[in-house]
Design a binder for this molecule. Structure first.
Ligand code: AMP
Ligand code: MG
Length: 488
């Protein structure tokens, strides 16, 4: 059930603006299944009216399934600075389908479009579509993508591109920015309605404590701490972790200039507009913590009624202080699994950090290193471990391997069992920028087969899929570490 408030000017009835001659670019069978849409042998909806609905064209007459499309207001901090009101400038919420909310991104101008054109280009829609579905298959909480509908309608960015509409799904699209919006307007009644709605529908466990709002805050923090740990463990950089791009369900949301690490560079910046590196890979955990502090501030009025201002602040502050601990526990557990450990030992953190430092120093491919580490035969002499050839400082990595093998020995690790377990957590296939780029270039020539192919490969990222092995390779030297434009 979408969060709608009658008479609430933050939820504006908004119809999508039609696009000329829409055509299918992509459809996700897995998302279709989630919401009960039947597909034909071409993996497109049997019911042809979906093209009209998901292009935004079919909603101008009374549509019985989605009678109340709307855009919502939210506010937020962008690059650490209060930006005031933002809102759904190009995303229109159609309504609910099978306990998901359905949103069309790029569906035209809304009350909140400010200077924007309300559109999204094919390039960025393909990136969002593929990454959403890839993240889901990696087991990382995310908004889902159902479809992309294209049109030859020109859209101006740095160059002239064409328009697309990406249909997204989520149990809720509510962001930290929605809380900040009502808090900044000092509209405490709406703030309370928003929190009550979230508790009722998405966090009912909060009602089992005598502090439901504080519990809600703790749970949102915990979900986002776990989320960012999962990003770190697959080398995902979001690129624009503004508070309006942070989901209160702990979902990855708003795919823009994101990037997966190819070579491991701890301070990698994927967004070329992020000159100061605020959203660099290694800063993501502390930035998420910062965003949770924004949420805490916005939630003070909810606790104030009962506790007074000072105590409300103290309660939220101490809940916020749990964030680094929750994050560290999640991160350690994920990296232990990546290294194939089935027990916890005190020395593990130092071992993980030494490895990451060595990988950074030698710019080792993040995904392939962990995937290949699973194949390690623990009886092999160190000098014969081929992975050591990826490192410039052989002495340092040899010492690391000595300690790693000793660590495995200490829990009597079995090579084949460990290999299987590591393959379940270390993906072979991620959405590398050069792969997305190739699919985009084909699609811009009206060949959408590469998008479907990538979707298929990335839907099973932990399977070997030997026929697609070339999709697991690091990018060719001229394509590595592509920085991506914010314009989308
Ligand atoms: P983003 O950086 O994509 O999360 O967007 C930040 C804000 O700008 C959000 O309020 C978006 O809705 C809005 N926005 C981004 N691109 C456009 C566009 N082309 N037209 C209208 N609003 C946009
Ligand atoms: Mg956004």
């Amino acid at each position: 059930m979408a969060f709608t408030l009658s008479g609430n000017d933050a939820c504006q009835a908004t119809l999508p603006t039609p696009i000329p001659n829409p055509y299918w670019v992509a459809f996700s069978p897995s998302s279709a299944k989630l919401v009960g849409i039947d597909l034909d042998e071409n993996h497109l909806p049997v019911d042809k009216t979906w093209l009209e609905v998901l292009s935004g064209n079919g909603l101008n007459t009374a549509n019985h399934q989605f009678p109340n499309p709307m855009a919502t207001a939210y506010s937020g901090h962008q690059f650490g600075v209060w930006a005031g009101q933002l809102g759904d400038g190009r995303a229109i919420l159609l309504g609910d389908i099978a306990s998901q909310e359905l949103q069309l991104k790029g569906a035209g101008i809304t009350r909140f479009s400010r200077m924007g054109d309300g559109r999204a280009v094919l390039r960025s829609s393909i990136r969002e579509f593929l990454c959403s579905e890839s993240m889901h298959a990696l087991g990382i909480p995310t908004t889902r993508a159902l479809s992309i509908v294209g049109s030859d309608m020109p859209v101006r960015r740095e160059t002239l591109e064409t328009a697309a509409v990406c249909a997204r799904l989520a149990p809720s699209f509510i962001r930290v920015g929605h809380f900040e919006h009502y808090a900044s307007l000092q509209n405490h009644a709406r703030l309370k309605e928003l929190a009550d709605y979230l508790i009722e529908i998405h966090y009912p466990e909060s009602l089992q404590t005598d502090e439901p709002y504080l519990e809600l805050f703790k749970r949102i923090c915990a979900r986002n701490a776990n989320l960012v740990a999962q990003w770190q463990a697959v080398g995902f950089c979001h690129g624009v972790l503004n508070s309006d791009n942070i989901s209160v369900l702990g979902l990855t949301i708003d795919y823009g200039p994101f990037g997966f690490l190819d070579q491991f560079q701890i301070d990698h910046i994927c967004n070329h507009s992020d000159q100061g590196g605020r959203y660099a890979y290694h800063r993501q955990p502390q930035i998420m913590h910062w965003n949770m502090a924004c949420l805490a501030s916005a939630m003070i009025p909810l606790l104030e009624l009962r506790h007074g201002e000072k105590e409300a602040q103290d309660l939220l502050r101490s809940a916020l202080e749990e964030f680094p601990n929750t994050y560290a526990r999640a991160w350690q557990s994920l990296f232990r699994n990546k290294l194939g450990f089935s027990t916890e030992q005190d020395r593990d953190v130092a071992l993980i950090e030494r490895l990451l430092q060595a990988m950074h120093d030698s710019k080792v491919d993040f995904t392939n290193f962990f995937r290949n580490l699973g194949k390690l035969k623990s009886k092999l002499p160190i000098s014969q471990i081929s992975l050591r050839d990826d490192f410039i400082d052989r002495d340092a990595i040899d010492l690391w391997f000595v300690d790693y093998l000793a660590r495995l020995q200490s829990e009597s690790s079995n090579d084949s069992e460990r290999h299987l377990a590591m393959n379940r957590v270390n993906p072979k296939y991620i959405l590398r920028n050069h792969l997305a780029q190739f699919a985009i270039e084909q699609a811009q020539k009206k060949d959408f087969s590469e998008v479907s192919k990538l979707l298929k490969i990335l839907s099973n990222p932990f399977d070997d899929q030997p026929e697609f092995a070339s999709y697991s390779l690091a990018p060719p030297p001229d394509m590595d570490m592509v920085e991506v434009s914010c314009s989308s």
